[in-house]
Design a protein. Structure first.
Ligand SMILES: [Zn+2]
Length: 293
């Protein structure tokens, strides 16, 4: 198992690096969701090199989920399955383990994906959306690493990375792609009731369970974050949906989602930043409070 110290070496000490299977430069990460789960992402892509797999890290929040370290088009990225969710580990801890690891590894640009339900009645299963804002209705709001930053959630979904996802989606998908929309986050695991969907109508377009706390944690570690959502069901009360269609999307579209994510990495400049994500993380003014033992 990779330990915390190992992870810090990976990030900070090139000389100590040779005995780790990690390259020192690790700018990207993909948080896999239900879109890529049915495939052995990204093993099934000929242009992806798997540099290491089953990498675990001891984090202050427990042992991390398994990561794969991969390379595409000369760019290294870490990836994990299904947002790191596992049985016996809270979703809050899973997210903290992932983002702690990203921070230690120096990850700066993060893509995530996941299936969502509809709130906006114009949407259909198999529509793609790249949300530009969110509404957090989950109870996991106090999920943080150190909590030492003031996090401004303007442009929380990085405009630059969203643009890359949009370009990639247009290349490979001939269905409907929505380049903005509001993602409502609920706790799950159950889906929403008709009354909940009715309440959200007019306030959000899609509903899912993973965007928060990931979006906060990304800002806390100073990384850009964007999400690719694909509709797998109608919200309750809007239209009856079929489990068969959801199952087909789960199995049939995994390759498409993987392709879009990888293409977005290929076309994202490692060093050029046209966004202001990092400037939206400020030193907290409550230092005395957070530093107090
Ligand atoms: Zn950004």
């Amino acid at each position: 198992m990779m330990t915390m110290r190992n992870a810090q070496c990976v990030m900070r000490n090139e000389k100590n690096f040779s005995h780790f299977p990690f390259p020192i430069s690790l700018d990207f990460a993909i948080i896999g969701g239900s879109g890529t789960l049915s495939s052995d992402f990204p093993k099934n892509f000929a242009d992806v090199e798997i540099l290491a797999e089953d990498l675990f890290f001891e984090t202050p929040y427990g042992k991390s989920p398994a990561f794969r370290l991969c390379k595409v088009d000369g760019k290294n990225f870490l990836t994990c399955k299904m947002h790191g969710w596992r049985s016996g580990v809270t979703r809050a801890d899973s997210s903290r383990q992932i983002f702690w690891t990203f921070r230690e590894a120096g990850v700066k640009k993060i893509f995530s994906e996941g299936g969502v339900g509809t709130i906006n009645h114009l949407l259909n299963p198999r529509d793609l959306m790249i949300p530009d804002d969110y509404l957090d209705l989950s109870n996991r709001k106090d999920v943080q690493l150190d909590g030492k930053f003031l996090l401004i959630m303007r442009d929380a979904l990085c405009p630059n990375l969203r643009g890359k996802l949009l370009e990639a989606a247009r290349k490979f998908f001939d269905g409907r792609i929505f380049e903005r929309g509001i993602y409502a986050v609920t706790d799950g695991r159950h889906f929403e009731s008709p009354a909940e969907i009715a309440m959200l109508k007019g306030h959000a377009d899609i509903v899912g369970q993973s965007l928060a706390p990931e979006v906060y944690l990304a800002r806390e570690i100073g990384a850009c974050y964007a999400n690719l959502s694909f509709v797998v069901n109608y919200g309750e009360g809007l239209k009856v949906w079929s489990h068969e269609v959801m199952k087909n999307i789960f199995y049939d579209d995994a390759e498409l989602i993987g392709k879009i994510l990888l293409d977005a990495i290929k076309n994202t400049d490692t060093n050029k930043n046209s966004c202001h994500c990092r400037e939206l993380r400020k030193e907290t003014l409550l230092k005395e409070i957070y530093d107090a033992k």
